[in-house]
Design a protein around this ligand. Structure first.
Ligand SMILES: NC(=O)c1ccc[n+]([C@@H]2O[C@H](COP(=O)([O-])OP(=O)(O)OC[C@H]3O[C@@H](n4cnc5c(N)ncnc54)[C@H](OP(=O)(O)O)[C@@H]3O)[C@@H](O)[C@H]2O)c1
Length: 290
């Protein structure tokens, strides 16, 4: 194995972040697995056993928590910092844009976008001082394609794509590599988080209820045969290994085909298919009956 690297992962209490933390630690790297749930972090450390995996409390929406994590990493690494930051913490809600609450709207941006930026800002100076480092931002195929009923989540991931593309160029001459990982459907807690809002917004307004129900069915189908988070963990390990990692990693790779086809189809046709699939047609939409 190449030299062991120091990696910090956000949102490592579950799903992709947890699997990536364990995978990188098993490969011999020193991993700071961070998250909000202390019990889940303790459980992760226990599972890691003798591996070089240390947990740290980090809520990406809390400036004080970010500052404390930076200080802690600084102390534990004798001022070195991290070789790679993996901005993974995130979640998605499903809701028609007309109905989504301010709290649900702002919550997704606070974690998926603003938190990601603020954590990155906190760890970049040490990388810049060393003239080396990697940042991996976990986006989604929802960062390339917009889905009705998940417009806000897609908007957060489109934002992640845009800011990552800009950052990659801004810091490249400092020796810092910035990459996007774009997962397709992956079996984690992500689906149940989405589903909880399907039920909530379906009950909120009868006009959108058939579409929300259809969205729930489409989501359930797409997760039925979805792979587990190991494939994303391997993609992140590949980025860590590469001297000059690429800008984008769609994972699993077969999802490239879907993105490519969607890019070729005329918007009018894509909209028609989405309306049919999600029952967003006059025949299905009921008059509002709150
Ligand atoms: N699974 C998929 O199908 C899929 C597809 C495309 C992209 N993604 C992206 O992959 C990333 C990981 O999602 P996942 O599938 O692993 O979902 P998950 O199993 O729900 O895990 C999400 C992780 O993010 C953490 N998190 C949420 N808010 C946080 C905050 N404010 N501060 C720190 N940690 C926070 C969660 O911690 P708590 O337990 O404390 O909430 C949890 O550890 C997300 O960015 C998601 O958008 C997932």
């Amino acid at each position: 194995m190449a030299a062991a690297k120091i990696v910090l992962i956000t949102g490592a209490t579950a799903g992709i972040g947890r699997a990536t933390a364990l995978h990188l630690a098993r490969l011999g790297h020193r991993v700071f697995a961070t998250g909000r749930k202390i019990d889940a972090l303790a459980e992760l450390e226990k599972e890691a056993g003798d591996l070089s995996l240390e947990s740290l409390s980090l809520d990406v929406t809390d400036a004080a928590s970010i500052a404390a994590a930076v200080t802690e990493v600084h102390e534990r690494t004798d001022g070195y910092g991290v070789d790679m930051l993996v901005n993974n913490a995130g979640f998605g809600y499903a809701a028609p844009m007309e109905l989504i609450s301010g709290e649900d709207l702002r919550g997704q941006f606070a974690t998926n976008v603003f938190g990601l930026v603020e954590v990155t800002q906190a760890f970049l100076p040490q990388m810049r001082a060393r003239g080396a480092g990697k940042v991996v931002n976990v986006s989604s195929i929802a960062g390339r394609i917009a889905l009705p009923m998940q417009g806000i989540y897609c908007a957060t991931k489109h934002a992640v794509e845009a800011l990552t593309d800009a950052l990659r160029v801004e810091v490249s001459s400092f020796g810092i590599h910035v990459s996007l990982v774009e997962p397709g459907p992956i079996r984690t807690n992500f689906e149940s988080t989405v589903t909880s809002t399907v039920n909530k917004y379906q009950a909120l307004d009868a006009a959108y209820a058939p579409s929300m129900a259809a969205y729930g069915e489409v989501a359930a189908r797409s997760y039925k045969n979805a792979p587990g988070p190991a494939c994303i963990a391997k993609t992140v390990a590949r980025i860590l290994r590469k001297r000059r990692p690429g800008a984008r990693y769609v994972s699993p790779r077969m999802n490239i085909l879907g993105i490519w086809i969607m890019g070729l189809l005329p918007t009018r046709l894509k909209d028609w298919v989405a309306r049919k699939l999600l029952k967003l047609t006059p025949a299905h939409m009921l008059p509002s009956g709150k």
